[in-house]
Design a protein. Structure first.
Length: 409
């Protein structure tokens, strides 16, 4: 019996439905293609406009780079150092008068600074210096941190960085240590960047120079990089250290690749007892950080060199992290750096650990004449440091003795 459909028009209707479906899909595909073309046009238009104008517009929204203070004062000379003659006035003012003490809801007290503090005008300087010396010294203390030298012409390649402490040392001691750095810098067209250690107190959690002095060093170097944006090397020399031979340039004495390579300690433990060693095939041309390593395995932070490279800035920023800075390492800054080099090979491969004789010959009264030639100071060495003199309270006497022996010819 032949199959007879109930509706004779069913197949005709099915064909019509199929053709309508095909037509719908074709129309839909056309709409999708049109939308794709429109989207592509908008994307290219936005991309091209961003390429030519987006970066400039983006930069206009980024605040300018600055130091601890938002304002800057252009220095007429690359020799930037504090007015040491105001030492006694600063000591009488004390930290409590220089900064604002803030107490939080938990009762914690902390000194704070005012980043928006404007520099004195010439009229204000003249008036205050004549009528209110204490206020003038206080404002001058703030303004010193705003000094920068951004002149591209004859910009120094090397900047000597140091800190001085008006609470712990006499004015005579500070004059000698600053004058030594200035005398050396003038001979070689270097820059000098000396700050009061107390200027950085608000940046610290442990707000005491005696307790946090070591960790003020990286803060000072970072500030120096902002003040001298075109310098290539920043050499920190402690206030209890002297450059004994003023005729030797840092480049000729240490920075030349062949000399640095000969002074670099290779395949030795980063710090005493560490399983991590310096690279056996270290290329001194890639050195971005240079630190002396003492005979007892510690890293000597009384004299070291940092470049304003990616690795150099990362090195400083790591140390300046409050979590790292406040960790109870046994030797403070030395142990902090050692820990970083152990755990961060990208920094270690750009760090040269050198023999102390290069830039940090240590003075030890009982052993200087009999100690290791690679560690302790001998006449004719480039730099002498008086590490540990704070404990024996002999810093001023020792520095004064050797200040008279500085090679001036």
């Amino acid at each position: 019996m032949p199959f007879i459909p109930k509706n004779k028009n069913k197949w005709a209707k099915s064909f019509k439905i199929w053709t309508s479906s095909v037509r719908f899909h074709l129309q839909k595909r056309g709409r999708v293609s049109l939308l794709f073309v429109i989207a592509l046009f908008l994307f290219l238009s936005y991309g091209l406009s961003s390429l030519f104008s987006g970066q400039a517009h983006h930069r206009s929204k980024i605040p300018p780079v600055h130091g601890l203070y938002k304002s800057e004062v252009a220095s007429s000379t690359p020799l930037i150092f504090p007015s040491v003659q105001y030492h006694d006035t600063l000591r009488s003012l004390g930290i409590e008068s220089l900064f604002t003490l803030r107490t939080d809801i938990d009762g914690n007290k902390q000194y704070i600074m005012k980043p928006d503090d404007p520099p004195m005008t010439e009229a204000e300087r003249k008036e205050l210096s004549e009528k209110n010396l204490r206020k003038f010294v206080k404002r001058n203390f703030y303004d010193h941190g705003k000094l920068v030298y951004k002149n591209r012409v004859n910009h120094p390649e090397v900047v000597i960085v140091s800190l001085i402490d008006f609470e712990g040392y006499s004015v005579d001691h500070l004059v000698k240590t600053v004058q030594n750095k200035v005398d050396y810098a003038q001979r070689h067209n270097y820059g000098v960047y000396v700050r009061w250690a107390q200027e950085f107190i608000p940046q610290l959690q442990k707000q005491s120079v005696s307790e946090s002095y070591e960790f003020i060093k990286p803060l000072a170097i970072r500030a120096a990089m902002n003040a001298f944006p075109y310098a290539k090397y920043f050499w920190f020399v402690d206030q209890n250290g002297l450059i004994m031979d003023l005729d030797k340039s840092l480049q000729q004495h240490l920075l030349e690749p062949k000399i640095l390579d000969a002074a670099t300690l290779k395949s030795v433990p980063v710090i005493e007892g560490s399983n991590i060693k310096t690279y056996k095939h270290f290329d001194s041309r890639n050195a971005k950080i240079i630190i002396p390593k003492t005979e007892n395995g510690n890293l000597d932070t009384s004299s070291f060199v940092v470049t304003p490279s990616l690795q150099g800035k990362a090195f400083l920023d790591y140390i300046n992290d409050p979590l790292v800075r406040n960790y109870p390492f046994p030797n403070k800054l030395s142990s902090t750096i050692g820990h970083m080099l152990e755990w961060h090979p990208s920094i270690l491969q750009r760090t040269a650990l050198v023999v102390p004789k290069t830039i940090a010959s240590s003075y030890k009264p009982a052993t200087s004449q009999e100690g290791s030639d690679s560690v302790y100071y001998k006449e004719g060495d480039f730099v002498i440091t008086f590490a540990g003199c704070e404990i024996s309270k002999s810093c001023e006497a020792e520095l004064a003795k050797y200040y008279e022996k500085v090679k001036l010819e």
